[in-house]
Design a protein around this ligand. Structure first.
Ligand code: MG
Ligand code: ZN
Length: 435
């Protein structure tokens, strides 16, 4: 099993009326403290917990809490305190000798329903750290991560409060849940006050490219303000009611149907793929099939929205005849570049939903009211591949044999990778996102 570090030394300045001197992590929500809810969510995946509690004054509170909890959890606990307030990263450095080679890091005020062990998978693939990001409805007061939608890599990390220059369109909220290699801490000076998000935001591009952002479709709640503290109970109730499912995210054009730019609309009868989609199990959960498709032809004025919707209805019906159930069809009608004759100007925008951006998946999950576990993307283009990468889902090509245009896509994708790591690494810290 694995190790988890929980940063519970934070002062609850915005919650001071509620805390009354008790550390924020120990505030009760329903029957359990925030820490108790966190540990419950980690049960069975984590067996070694390190609590970074800040001042020694907090020790009694935490020891009491642990003795009341630990019996049912099967976890080993260690408490690490600091003589002076070292900030989040300073506190972590202070505890380095207690850390395993890889560890999970959780902020003490975050409630979550994500399968956090998913983060560990990526530490083996050349990354020094992995962090969960999510769509946020309050970006103005969240720490943000900007992600390059072509490569799925981090462009910028910015700590709240934000400057006016921040690009909210490509930004996702940090969730306060990370996984790191212990070696990540080697270059940090000991006994220095340092904030983790601030440090991440100041890293150069090469170092940032070694941190993997992983989109989560599931819920997070940072209990930082009285308003969100009041929402916490509802959050926990909803969490328990969500239906746990895996998603199969299907591309449309080129995957399920033949080239749709042609007048005729032809289902691509791919027996091997159909076989996969009929089986309702993937991993150990029930699987829900959704179609997620970019339809820039609408923005370009080549097709109307209603035309595409009719096509989608036909497609869903045809698949049903093959025994395949589709739970939703989600399309992006936008296109970012202007200059096509007959185009629809309102749809010529930089949107959140054009693949490989995850906007359509966020919509799907909200509408279907599901909790997303291990999922997969099946599609024929590099965009589908990058979407899978951004989400941390597995990717499957719809056919075994690769055609030339596919190989070209993959080649372009590799060029992008090289471009990013070579070119952008020397422009280092001052590299800015295009507006
Ligand atoms: Mg396609
Ligand atoms: Zn869109």
């Amino acid at each position: 099993m694995a190790q988890c570090v929980i940063l519970c030394g934070g002062k609850a300045t915005r919650l001071s009326k509620l805390t009354n001197g008790v550390p924020k992590s120990l505030l009760k929500i329903g029957q359990l403290s925030i820490l108790g809810h966190q540990l419950n969510a980690l049960k069975g995946k984590i067996d070694d917990v390190v609590l970074l509690i800040g001042s020694h004054k907090n020790r009694d509170y935490f020891e009491k809490e642990i003795s009341s909890l630990s019996g049912q959890l099967g976890m080993k606990f260690r408490i690490v305190e600091e003589e002076t307030g070292l900030g989040t990263l300073g506190a972590l450095k202070n505890a380095q000798s207690f850390l395993e080679r890889k560890f999970l890091l959780i902020m003490g005020d975050v409630l979550f329903d994500e399968e956090v062990s998913r983060l560990f998978k990526y530490l083996n693939r050349g990354y020094n750290g992995v962090l969960f990001v999510r769509n946020t409805d309050h970006p103005q007061d969240s720490d943000l991560v900007s992600i390059d939608s072509n490569t799925g890599r981090i462009v910028e990390i910015s700590k709240y409060p934000h400057s006016d220059a921040i690009n909210y369109a490509s930004s996702f909220g940090m969730t306060g849940i990370f996984a790191f290699k212990r070696s990540f801490l080697n270059s940090i000076q000991p006994n220095q006050k340092m904030d983790l998000t601030y440090y991440l935001s100041r890293m150069n591009c090469r170092a940032k490219s070694r941190i993997k952002p992983l989109m989560s479709l599931n819920g997070f709640l940072a209990v930082g303000t009285p308003k969100r503290f009041n929402e916490a109970e509802t959050f926990l109730e909803n969490r328990n009611q969500l239906k746990k499912t895996n998603l199969t995210i299907l591309d449309r054009d080129g995957t399920l149907i033949k080239d749709s730019s042609k007048k005729a609309f032809v289902l691509r009868e791919n027996r091997k793929l159909f076989e996969k989609l009929r089986i309702a199990e993937f991993g150990d959960l029930q699987t829900v099939n959704v179609i997620v498709s970019n339809q820039p032809a609408i923005a370009k004025g080549i097709k109307s929205l209603s035309q595409v919707e009719i096509e989608n209805k036909v497609l869903v019906k045809l698949l049903k005849q093959h025994g395949i159930e589709i739970y939703g069809v989600y399309i992006c009608p936008h296109h970012p570049r202007k200059g096509f004759p007959g185009e629809v100007i309102e749809l010529k925008v930089h949107c959140h939903c054009r693949k490989p951006k995850p906007g359509l998946l966020v919509k799907a999950v909200n509408e279907l009211e599901i909790w997303v576990g291990e999922s997969r993307v099946i599609g024929d283009s590099a965009r589908d591949f990058v979407l899978a990468r951004v989400m941390g889902f597995s990717y499957q090509h719809p056919f075994f044999e690769f055609n030339w245009s596919e190989i070209r896509n993959w080649f372009n994708f590799l060029v992008l990778e090289v471009k990013f790591s070579r070119v952008f690494s020397w422009s280092s810290q001052n590299f800015k996102v295009e507006p």
